[in-house]
Design a protein around this ligand. Structure first.
Ligand SMILES: N[C@@H](CCC(=O)N[C@@H](CS)C(=O)NCC(=O)O)C(=O)O
Length: 218
C-alpha cells in the first residue's frame, strides 16, 4: 500500500522526509496538516502521534514519527538507494553534520520554541529574528569549515544523501529569516546543486498543494 506522509508545506522536518522519499524513489500520498490551524493538536492526530508534530509517516500499517528516527528507518527498510555512503568514516561525517543540524540548529529554532519566546516570554519579532540567526550562524559556521575540509564538489560526498536532506530545509528557513550567506560559499554551492535536481524540486515547500500560493481555487 502507498505510504502516507502527513505534513505541512513549510515544516522543515516534513521537507526532510519529502526529499528522502523522493531520493529513494518511493511513492507516497501527501496529507496536509495545517499547523497554523493547530490541526497537529487535534485528538484525532495526537492519538496517532502523541508528540503532536509533523511529520507522521503511515507505512505497513504503522504510524511513525520523529524525522531523524524516520530517516534512519527508511534507510534500513529501503536500503536499495542509500542516503548514507559506503565507507564508515564518510557515514560518520554525514551523521556528525546531519545531527548537528537536527539537534543544535533546528531544535532551538523550532516553531514551538519561537512561539514560547513570543508568548509567554514576551519577546518581539525582531528579537526572535536575532535569536533565529544566532543559532543559524552557530551551526552553519562549523558546517562550512567541515565542508571546506571535505567537499569541493556538488555534494558532501558523491551524491545527495542524509546531509543534504537535513541541510536544504534549514537553508530554506534561513532565507525566510533574511540570514546572510555571504561567508558560506560551500553551503550555497551544495544548495544550488541540490535545487537543480528533480527530487529536491518536487519536495520544495513552494511546490506543495497546501502552500497557499499553489491554491488554484479563488
Ligand atoms: N523532533 C521532531 C520535531 C517535529 C516538529 O517539531 N515539527 C514541527 C514542524 S517543523 C511541528 O509539527 N510543529 C508544530 C508544533 O510543535 O506544535 C522531528 O524531528 O520530527
Amino acid at each position: 500500500m502507498t505510504m502516507k506522509l502527513y505534513g505541512y508545506f513549510r515544516s522543515s522536518t516534513t521537507y526532510r522526509l519529502r526529499i528522502a522519499l523522493n531520493l529513494k524513489g518511493l511513492d507516497y500520498d501527501y496529507i496536509p496538516v495545517n499547523l497554523v490551524k493547530s490541526e497537529q493538536k487535534d485528538p484525532a492526530f495526537t492519538s496517532r502521534n502523541p508528540f503532536g508534530s509533523v511529520p507522521l509517516l503511515e507505512a505497513d500499517g504503522h504510524d511513525r514519527v520523529q524525522s531523524m528516527a524516520l530517516l534512519e528507518w527508511l534507510e534500513e527498510a529501503y536500503p536499495q538507494i542509500p542516503l548514507l555512503p559506503g565507507k564508515i568514516e564518510e557515514r560518520y561525517l554525514v551523521r556528525e553534520l546531519a545531527y548537528a543540524i537536527a539537534t543544535e540548529l533546528h531544535a532551538p529554532n523550532n516553531l514551538p520554541v519561537l512561539k514560547y519566546l513570543a508568548d509567554p516570554l514576551g519577546h518581539s519579532q525582531e528579537e526572535i529574528g536575532t535569536w533565529y540567526r544566532h543559532w543559524l550562524e552557530r551551526t552553519f559556521t562549523p558546517i562550512e569549515a567541515r565542508l571546506a575540509q571535505h567537499s569541493a564538489g556538488d555534494f558532501l560526498f558523491d551524491g545527495p544523501g542524509l546531509f543534504e536532506v537535513l541541510l536544504l530545509p534549514q537553508v530554506y528557513n534561513a532565507q525566510r529569516f533574511a540570514f546572510d550567506f555571504a561567508d558560506l560559499p560551500h553551503i550555497r554551492r551544495i544548495e544550488a546543486a541540490c535545487l537543480a535536481l528533480e527530487p529536491f524540486q518536487r519536495a520544495h515547500p513552494g511546490n506543495q498543494p497546501d502552500n497557499p500560493e499553489q491554491d488554484q481555487t479563488s
